[in-house]
Ligand binder design. Structure first.
Ligand code: PDD
Length: 287
């Protein structure tokens, strides 16, 4: 039994549906040994996956980037996710998908003729509540110590784990990571700033994971008539931002109202956040 986990929840492992607590892999799985694998987290509202095509496109990009052939078409991934949701019972949940290079003798180079390990689970999704939406989150700055392929949604997440623990130890909700003085992203979320009514984001590059909400926020921003620019954002600009906003599958869109112990702007959720939050909720309602 795994503490604090719904051990009876549904999981999928290499073609079989099992209880989460009963799913077993070899200790020689390269995901365990090397962190040699990729993953996705798909939010599901009322039984319906949100922005599924984007998640599957990124899954395919991550697999291609590290040379894993999973032999699954987008339609088969969609059917697997639909099957999991149906078995889990409708409602809000997160579908987690992970593909590793498979089980092999421990040698760094890719093994030949090894089938990838395909794992999926459904976890409860408690949407961020009124308190976070209305009061916002707190964050501190840290140097981004991660590798140079952050665009791959790799399960090698030690840098992200250490980043999040830094937030916990500092008594704040999140960290903003900076590489050579420029904003990259949070521990497991994309970061945006608003200045003079304009939304700014670090550009798509190998230094950030392009969230599925990255493209969504661009769309919502354009539709709302808010100016948008993707360009490198210096630490000095973050310090004087009117608003700081974060996005991720699990956090949706939330304001960061305190940064480095100081209020961001007036220290309450700002107008750009409020407009985009409403648009985000409408996109979910339209599912
Ligand atoms: N994290 N950047 C990083 C490093 C992330 O880990 C994530 C998502 C994002 C936002 O991506 P998206 O909008 O597709 O969720 C950006 C997921 C939720 C996780 O690891 O649990």
């Amino acid at each position: 039994m795994i503490p604090d986990v719904d051990n009876d929840s549904i999981a999928y492992l290499n073609g079989e549906f099992v209880r989460l607590a009963d799913a077993r892999i070899s200790v020689l799985d390269r995901g365990f040994i090397f962190g040699d694998g990729i993953y996705e987290v798909v939010p599901v509202y009322n039984g319906k996956p949100f922005r599924m095509e984007g998640h599957l496109a990124r899954l395919a990009r991550s697999l291609a980037a590290i040379g894993i052939q999973a032999d699954m078409t987008p339609a088969q991934w969609e059917a697997l996710v639909a099957d999991l949701i149906a078995r889990a019972g409708k409602g809000d949940c997160m579908v987690y998908l992970q593909i590793t290079r498979g089980v092999a003798k421990r040698e760094h180079a890719f093994p030949n003729n090894v089938a990838p390990t395909i794992f999926a689970m459904v976890t409860p999704f408690k949407r961020p509540g009124a308190e976070l939406r209305e009061k916002g989150m707190s964050a501190v700055a840290i140097p981004d110590i991660r590798w140079l392929h952050c665009e791959i949604k790799s399960v090698s997440l030690l840098g992200n784990v250490l980043a999040k623990q830094h937030a916990v130890d500092a008594g704040v909700d999140e960290v903003l990571q900076f590489r050579e003085g420029f904003l990259t992203e949070g521990s497991s979320c994309n970061i945006w700033i608003a200045k003079d009514g304009k939304l700014l984001a670090p550009p798509r590059s190998n230094l950030i994971l392009e969230g599925i909400r990255y493209g969504l926020l661009e769309e919502l921003t354009t539709a709302a008539g808010i100016a948008f620019e993707a360009r490198p954002i210096a630490r000095s600009e973050v310090d004087i931002a009117d608003e700081i906003i974060l996005t991720s599958a699990s956090k949706e869109i939330l304001p960061i109202t305190h940064f480095e112990g100081k209020p961001v702007g007036p220290g309450v959720p700002g107008p750009v956040y409020t407009t985009l939050r409403a648009a985000y909720d409408r996109a979910i309602d339209a599912l």
